[in-house]
Design a protein around this ligand. Structure first.
Ligand code: MRU
Length: 357
């Protein structure tokens, strides 16, 4: 059975609490926007696509049984709550894109005199539900494009070794995953010799979550510390590095989990192709470059403690940016659900594409 981070059934939303993994698999109910915002902020759900889906579903469950007398009051509530959900985590763009698209949709329906308030609510709920299905579908397409691209650099029939960072799998999306989706596809095609996943300090998404998914799917894998990437590239034959994205700018600069940038630098030095796997919901055509991306800074405690145990000297200052930006010149290709592009090709492809309009 595949892992599911988000379960939406009979109008109810549950998420797998990722703070408890891998020790415990416990689902918690998301009863409305407040719960959704808190779960995203606390990282009980994380990963750019999953954040957007849970945020929007939290609003769907909140409004589904409410009666609205006027279209304008429905529109106003949707707009206010979506804008609030965007504030939970600032770097990943998917929630912002979803909010903009849904706000535009309810505005259009408000202006359309032939649509009733009930019809408008129904259309809103259907659009949110569609996000779950579309994300898994897009990830499977992306996985195939990515696997084909990576295999195109190898001799016929050869299996590859790849490196990935952070968690971009079923736990970070509606299903299958982005960078981990590419790895799943390689494995399904019997063309994956081995995957290396980084620990991903300080939140340990690699050690806790990616390792969990890889073991769950019986994919041959080895965990390394973040500081071992250079040695790995030097001593083992790695065919490609594949990472996800929280926001890709129009020029291809990519914000992703802290540590991604240094992997890209090391990949360039060791001539390892470096791929970003991202659905169009993670591409922000409105910003020209990575300089415009706000980088979330998280609490010192993530660095100073492991669980309740303090590992850092008392009194030391900490700097804990959750993401970094990899410049486009270090990126070999951006793998999407419609194909693989070089960073400079993205601008024309990204215009007009978003959360599925
Ligand atoms: O802080 P996180 O765990 O939300 O960061 C996750 C990442 O950086 C992922 O690589 C990115 O969101 C893509 S998930 C498909």
């Amino acid at each position: 059975m595949s892992l599911k981070a988000i379960i939406y059934k009979n109008g109810e939303v549950e998420i797998l609490d990722q703070l408890l993994l891998p020790e415990q698999s416990k689902y918690i109910k998301i009863k409305g926007v407040e719960d959704g915002w808190n779960a995203i902020r606390k990282m009980q759900v994380r990963g750019a696509p999953a954040i957007a889906i849970v945020g929007c579903l939290s609003l769907a469950v909140e409004v589904q049984d409410k009666n609205f007398d006027h279209k304008d009051s429905f529109r106003q509530e949707i707009e206010e709550k979506l804008n609030f959900l965007v504030t939970a985590r600032p770097t990943a763009v998917n929630m912002k894109m979803a909010a903009e698209n849904l706000i535009e949709m309810v505005q259009t329906l408000t202006d359309d005199g032939t649509v009733t308030v009930d019809e408008m609510k129904h259309r809103f709920l259907a659009a949110v539900e569609n996000m779950l299905e579309k994300d898994t579908f897009d990830n499977m397409a992306l996985g195939k494009y990515g696997a084909d691209k990576i295999l195109s650099n190898t001799s016929n029939g050869d299996a590859v070794q790849v490196l990935t960072h952070c968690n971009t799998g079923s736990l970070a999306t509606a299903g299958y995953g982005t960078a981990l989706g590419v790895i799943r596809k390689l494995f399904e095609q019997n063309r994956l010799e081995h995957v290396y996943c980084t620990e991903t300090r300080p939140y340990n998404q690699g050690a806790r979550l990616t390792a969990y998914e890889l073991v769950h799917d019986k994919i041959p894998a080895t965990l390394i510390m973040d500081s071992m990437v250079a040695s790995l590239f030097k001593s083992r034959c790695v065919s490609a590095a594949i990472v996800g994205a929280d926001r890709v700018a129009a020029n291809g600069d990519t914000a992703n989990k802290i540590g991604t940038y240094q992997i890209a630098v090391l990949a360039k030095y060791h001539r390892v192709p470096f791929y970003v796997a991202a659905p169009f919901t993670s591409i922000d055509p409105n910003i020209p470059s990575g300089d415009c991306i706000t980088i979330e800074e998280r609490p010192d405690r993530e660095m100073t403690h492991i669980g309740d145990y303090r590992i850092a000297a008392e009194g030391i200052n900490c700097w804990n940016p959750a993401f970094d930006v990899t410049p486009n010149e270090l990126i070999t290709g951006i793998i999407t659900e419609i194909g693989v592009f070089e960073p400079h090709e993205l601008r024309e492809r990204a215009g007009g594409r978003g959360t599925g309009k």
